[in-house]
Design a protein around this ligand. Structure first.
Ligand code: DHB
Ligand code: MG
Length: 222
């Protein structure tokens, strides 16, 4: 098995199950044109996030790491009228691309993109009374994952779902001696999830058009 096979199967799944989506295609084209990294989720992963949000009946979603707003669009489309995605983005250029993409998708009324380091903007959400969120998607700088988990828990309720992207780090997540700050951040994130009696969690490895990776999934039990 190799990347060609994984990509071929992902394209088959996407062709079979996901209708053509000019708004999402344009979002990716604009992201590329603006020179943003191709770190957005794959279309079938976007649909998975959308399905998780629907299964959860999520009305309030927190996304940490907007990038070009690709996953934001998948999540916002899962909301009922009156729902809200608050998406945090450190880089103002990324946030501007995201705003245009979200506007083109007709979702501006449901999405609040906040510019600033999440570590600075997360406390404001608590102060503004926006919590509790029904679903949190953590998809930003991996060294900060432990702090993002802490904040997710502060902004959660019993039943909140917390999803973490990119937890495999090319397999290095299983290396306790890694000196990579991304790996260390993800490992600490796992330790904190494991040690927290409020959380029931798992993690799944994935292959596909985005390579070898995986995500974590947790529910707040109390
Ligand atoms: C990386 C980050 C992401 O959020 C992603 O989806 C893919 C890769 C990275 O930092 O390498
Ligand atoms: Mg990611």
């Amino acid at each position: 098995m190799n990347q060609d096979t994984w990509s071929r199967v992902d394209h088959y799944f996407c062709d079979a199950l996901l209708p053509d989506d000019p708004v999402l295609t344009a979002a990716l084209a604009d992201s590329d044109a603006a020179g943003l990294p191709s770190h957005h989720v794959a279309p079938n992963q976007g649909q998975l996030l959308h399905l998780f949000a629907r299964m959860q009946g999520a009305k309030k979603i927190l996304e940490i790491g907007t990038l070009a707003g690709y996953s934001t669009i998948w999540l916002a489309r899962a909301l009922p009228e009156g729902g809200q995605v608050v998406s945090l983005e450190a880089n103002p250029r990324n946030a501007e691309v995201a705003r245009i993409n979200i506007e083109r998708a007709g979702l501006s009324h449901l999405v609040d993109v906040r510019v600033g380091r999440a570590i600075d903007t997360l406390p404001l959400l608590a102060d503004e009374g926006l919590a509790p969120f029904d679903l949190v998607f953590i998809d930003a700088d991996k060294p900060s994952n432990p702090q993002y988990l802490d904040w997710s828990l502060k902004l959660a309720r019993k039943g909140t779902v917390i999803i973490g992207d990119n937890v495999v780090r090319n397999g290095e997540v299983a290396n306790p001696h890694s000196e990579d700050a991304n790996v260390q951040g993800v490992r600490r994130f796992f330790e904190l999830m494991a040690a927290n009696p409020r959380l029931r969690a798992t993690a799944i490895q994935t292959v596909g058009s985005k390579g070898y990776d995986g995500f974590s999934l947790a529910i707040v039990e109390g």
